[in-house]
Design a protein around this ligand. Structure first.
Ligand SMILES: Cc1cc2nc3c(=O)[nH]c(=O)nc-3n(C[C@H](O)[C@H](O)[C@H](O)COP(=O)(O)OP(=O)(O)OC[C@H]3O[C@@H](n4cnc5c(N)ncnc54)[C@H](O)[C@@H]3O)c2cc1C
Length: 536
């Protein structure tokens, strides 16, 4: 008998859910491997610490793309969490389930059990929504979801401006009706970040059937023929081989799960051979279908001192720190985007195709996020369901070397058109009379940008990831599918992928909620297999 029943690789958004659910019977023995350190930094707990973690060398893998052909040849940073909680420990905390259309599309591709009606119980099971009013939302789950704790007059005015332009005011964009404007909901509790490590792992860390290893970097899946039997990992300079009786579950995220499959000899044979990795199993889709939300950021100078730019300086900031430490309120509870908009760029569309994030703050450098000295506001614009697809592949056989990331943003002319329309609507909203009192002038892109070609060029030159990498081990039935609709790697026994990489298409929104839903559903499918095996 091996030491474990299950080995879960990666303690991120998905991995922490899996570790909790798979050990709740008190019998199944689970090893959870995490490459990063424990999640002890105060910047993880304090929401505004998000900006500190964007470039952290300790808690972030700090990947970056290869030069992007349709984004002015730039290399674009791709942050990913590297600690307990994974990216849910460094993310912007915005809780967005996506649109029912997203999951009905997955189902329409032939993935049984993934329609909106089928996945809704798993969104609800995971969550405790503090202000739930009906059964479209969950209560009592480990993932705390809260309304934004603070309001601000400029944020209210932005929402009024959206309504002024003919879009609805929407109190809950997560109940199946996405269109409209309002404040984001956040994965926070009492003004602190609520990562999956906080929600799913902390309460059950001392279960005797769960072993958590941090700073334990999985190197490859151990295979015996076409069956996964364990994982080789490096910890403290030593290579350890852990074995399991039932399943290895990759939950290393959309960058590292396909990378680990390739390092294990599962992928495109010609590529693997060229890297000197012995081919164990051909699966052409590994690392393909990379999808993400690509977003230019527009910003404006503001006339009045009502923005975070001034409030995070001098005595004002000292007062805010005091407020946070005494009441867990104030601007330290804010995160990346604060107010949202979901809009249809054409009236004949059934569902929104563009998402806005709005913040009463501005910064010249999107990556460092150092706020401007003068008051400012920022609108981030992205297409909900882009068609452009890229890839991620090992560059060599070294497990510690970063893979080559090629998102191929804006490759599809359809995406170019939708994004340009989205930015134009964004400008219209900010120019609505509800914002007259605040708006000074547009800094980026500025009045000089007027034609569609100019808008597109602005998007190419300034867009960044909104961190929603998915799809690189996609679920499906076609030859490029990596996992089937029970998340099993096709053609290999005892191996599943359960994380953002299994999504066939990107949901219309921020991806953490969908990953957690996938892990809840994945855990049930894994348990069902064990039960079926026991009865056979
Ligand atoms: C900066 C940032 C901001 C974001 N903002 C939001 C937001 O506001 N709202 C939202 O909904 N989504 C947001 N997202 C996206 C969301 O957080 C992710 O989609 C989600 O967390 C992905 O979950 P995952 O389980 O697939 O991967 P992750 O959570 O990234 O987990 C993967 C884990 O595996 C570990 N791992 C990787 N390789 C190995 C290995 N070889 N051995 C052992 N462990 C390994 C990693 O260290 C990590 O802990 C953001 C993401 C980032 C990075």
């Amino acid at each position: 008998m091996a030491d474990y029943d299950y080995i879960v690789v990666g303690a991120g958004s998905a991995g922490c859910v899996l570790a909790n659910r798979l050990t709740e019977d008190g019998r199944s023995r689970v090893l959870l491997l995490e490459a990063g350190p424990k999640d002890t930094s105060m910047w993880i707990n304090i929401p505004v610490g998000f900006t500190k973690l964007l470039n952290s060398s300790k808690y972030n893998w700090n990947f970056q793309t290869e030069p992007e052909p349709n984004a002015a040849g730039r290399t674009i940073p791709v942050p990913r969490g590297k600690t307990l909680g994974g990216s849910s420990s460094i993310n912007g905390m915005l809780y967005v389930r996506g649109n029912p259309l997203d999951y009905n599309t997955w189902s329409q591709y032939g993935n049984r059990g993934w329609s909106y009606d089928s996945v809704l119980p798993y969104f609800n099971k995971a969550e405790h929504f503090e202000t739930a009013v009906d059964d479209t939302r969950g209560t009592g789950g480990p993932l705390n979801v809260a309304p934004m704790r603070e309001r601000a007059e400029l944020l209210d005015a932005f929402i009024d401006a959206g309504v002024g332009e003919g879009f609805p005011r929407n109190a809950d964009y997560n109940n199946g009706q996405q269109e409209g404007f309002g404040y984001f909901q956040v994965t926070q509790k009492n003004g602190e970040r609520w990562s999956t490590a906080r929600g799913f792992l902390d309460p059950i860390r001392d279960r005797p059937n769960l072993r958590i290893e941090t700073e334990a970097m999985a190197l490859r899946v151990l295979l015996e023929g076409k069956r996964a039997v364990g994982v080789a990992y490096m910890q403290g300079g030593t290579v350890v081989e852990a074995r399991c009786d039932r399943e290895v579950i990759l939950a290393a995220g959309a960058v590292k799960s396909p990378h680990l499959l390739e390092l294990s000899g599962i992928g495109q044979p010609t590529l693997l051979q060229s890297l000197g990795i012995p081919v164990q199993h051909e699966l052409r889709g590994v690392g393909e279908n990379y999808r993400d939300h690509y977003a230019p950021r527009m910003n404006w100078r503001v006339k009045l001192p009502v923005t975070l730019n001034e409030q995070t300086r001098g005595l004002n900031f000292v007062k805010e720190i005091f407020k946070y430490y005494t009441k867990r309120t104030g601007i330290l509870t804010f995160t990346a985007g604060i107010a949202y908009g979901f809009v249809r760029t054409r009236p004949e569309l059934e569902e929104p195709d563009v998402q806005f994030h709005f913040a009463h703050a501005s910064y010249a450098n999107a990556q460092s996020r150092v706020l401007d000295k003068q008051p400012g506001m920022t609108l981030t614009v992205y297409q909900c369901r882009p068609e452009s697809k890229g890839s991620i592949h090992a560059k060599n056989s070294d497990p510690f070397a970063a893979p080559a990331i090629r998102p191929n943003y804006l490759a599809d002319p359809f995406d170019q058109r939708v994004l340009v329309e989205g930015m134009k609507i964004g400008r219209r909203i900010i120019e609505n009379k509800a914002l007259d009192k605040y708006r000074a002038y547009e800094m980026n892109p500025g009045d000089k940008i007027q034609t569609d070609a100019e808008w597109l060029q602005f998007a190419r030159e300034t867009g960044q990831t909104t961190y929603h990498v998915i799809g690189t081990c996609k679920m499906g039935q076609d030859p490029m599918a990596v996992v089937d609709d029970t998340l099993r790697v096709r053609g290999i026994e005892g191996l599943r992928v359960v994380d953002a990489s299994i999504m066939p298409t990107v949901p219309s929104g921020n991806t953490n909620a969908a990953v957690i839903m996938i892990a809840e559903k994945g855990a049930d499918m894994i348990k069902a297999s064990a039960k079926a095996q026991a009865m056979a």
